[in-house]
Ligand binder design. Structure first.
Ligand code: AMP
Length: 300
């Protein structure tokens, strides 16, 4: 089943202790769409300026991602993010965020997009996420991501959004910030009580935790020695997770757990190179092979 995603499309500059890259393809909706495209067809809704290289759109199209909802606004600049990783390659500092054309993005979904059964509101302002949710009346599963910026600066809108979501994906420090709770197990359930039926807390190199009313579990990350650039790991985790759910057309607890495992496996590819460099070279059989290796590691 098709999957609709709304979020940022960006030009990222990334500094790691080893290397720096400027203006590479990034953005929450880009990593999400690319990862999801190994499982289902994806409709991408976002906005860029006229500095956006058309080659990036062609790359997305080559993975069967529908870019009809990617607006190009003349005279405006694309969203830009600059970040720096600490030597542990897990923690990062945001050095610059220029929302640019993304700041006033006001998407109007075409009719056929409104009927999408699977919806992901990738990282973006909660007001924008709410506007999309209101238009996507056909969504049977609506899941969102958020970040520290919005938790700090747009809390009332975020609270409103949380009450209407089926699922929320966020990282460990964001869960602590949102709840004021240091214990992640307690934090996960507190976030769940704010509205979403399930909550996923991503923990970078330590994997991800799942919380619903009836289940609490943790899945480790797929062990990889080659961590070149973790940017987009969280978004590609969510992309593979939602992609698999959309492919199956269901989201019962067993399917959700397998979807989490796919998320972890696909994210382990993302970190192995800058931008989409590793993700664009993989195939579904390769993903499935790594998934079965992961499954073997976990059986005892
Ligand atoms: P992740 O590493 O999965 O948390 O995602 C990193 C991506 O999120 C980068 O490609 C950025 O372009 C994008 N990003 C960073 N800050 C924001 C923001 N405030 N709103 C939307 N997207 C963002």
């Amino acid at each position: 089943m098709p999957l609709l995603v709304v979020g940022s499309v960006a030009l990222d500059s990334v500094e790691t202790p080893q290397e720096t890259r400027h203006n590479v393809l990034g953005g929450s909706a880009v990593f999400f769409s690319f990862a999801a495209s190994y499982f289902t067809s994806v409709k991408l809704v976002s906005v860029v300026g006229d500095d956006w290289p058309d080659a990036h759109t062609q790359l997305l199209k080559s993975r069967n991602i529908d870019t009809a909802g990617l607006q190009v606004v003349p005279g405006e600049a694309t969203f830009r993010w600059r970040g720096k990783y600490l030597p542990n390659m897990n923690d990062r500092e945001t050095l610059e965020v220029h929302l640019n054309v993304f700041e006033h993005f006001d998407p109007v979904l075409p009719d056929d997009y409104r009927r999408s059964k699977f919806l992901f509101l990738a990282n973006g302002a909660p007001m924008l996420q709410l506007k999309v949710l209101e238009q996507a009346g056909g969504a049977q599963l609506a899941v969102a991501d958020t970040m520290d910026l919005w938790i700090r600066e747009q809390r009332p809108a975020l609270d409103q959004l949380l009450r209407r979501l089926d699922g929320l994906v966020l990282n460990d420090s964001e869960a602590k910030l949102l709840t004021g709770e240091e214990n992640l197990v307690r934090a996960g359930h507190i976030v769940r009580e704010m509205g979403p039926k399930f909550v996923v807390i991503k923990k970078g190199e330590h994997g991800a935790m799942f919380f619903s009313k009836h289940e609490t579990y943790v899945l480790p990350a797929f062990p990889t020695e080659q961590v070149v650039d973790p940017t987009g790991a969280g978004d590609s985790f969510a992309g593979a997770m939602m992609g698999f759910l959309a492919e199956r057309g269901e989201f019962d607890p067993v399917t959700l757990k397998k979807a989490m495992a796919y998320g972890i496996v696909v994210a382990s590819y993302t970190v192995e190179a800058f931008s989409l460099d590793r993700l664009k070279g993989i195939s579904r059989p390769e993903i499935d092979q790594r998934l079965s290796l992961y499954q073997k590691m976990l059986s005892f």
